[in-house]
Design a protein around this ligand. Sequence first.
Ligand SMILES: [Zn+2]
Length: 255
Amino acid sequence: MSNAPLESLLSLCHRLGSPAWRLAILGEGNASVKLDEGTFAIKGSGHSMETLTLDGLATCRDKLLVDVAESSEVIPDSDAILLRSRTNELGIKPSVEALFHGWLLTLPGVNYVAHTHPVAVNQVMCGDHGPLFAEKRLMPDQVVCCQAKSLWVPYVDPGVDLAREIAKRTRVFIAETGMAPNSILCQNHGLITLGPTADAAWGAMIMAEKSAQVFVGAASISQTGLPVFMPDEEVDRIVGRPDEAYRRQILNFVN
Ligand SMILES: [Zn+2]
């Protein structure tokens, strides 16, 4: 198999871990790439995004992880599930969040999943405006990079519970909007972005972080304590505009 997907994943991890963006420090965050139907590569547990090398990547089969995310069976030892999912039993332990990565990578057209704990997004995620930030849009470029809405997920324990909550709520989001979310906001935790290319996952990540900075700033100087949002019909207009589809292509957001 070509190393291109792994090199592309490493480059995404280095961007996500770059101190300039304040998205992830120490061992925070993780990212994954689909390798073929059934397997994916993900950052190993505890490794730093900024300095990640090929040795810090784990390769997993998604079947076992997807089965766990889709069941409600009590899992006494999620570490054992993570270790059993490896394609190489001598390989490193995958990130504890491999469960939601594995599940999200089975969605049609999704090849990359990124997850971080960005400062501004978490300022919103740790306040009481999280659902509103997911539902509304502030600027046209936020619509281009993060779609018309994000998915909001209330706090649950990271690992099995979070993967199950994401799977359940993503299914509802798809039923309501006809498409999968490309940004998932996790209360008191952080942000997950996904897409067909590494640049799409990266673009949604940094635009969501910029939007959160704008949200916090606008709320702090508004008399209402809230930003002024774009009208819903203007958001819908941006979603359907052909020149915005062209921009997504130029930005390498589509395959
Ligand atoms: Zn996390």
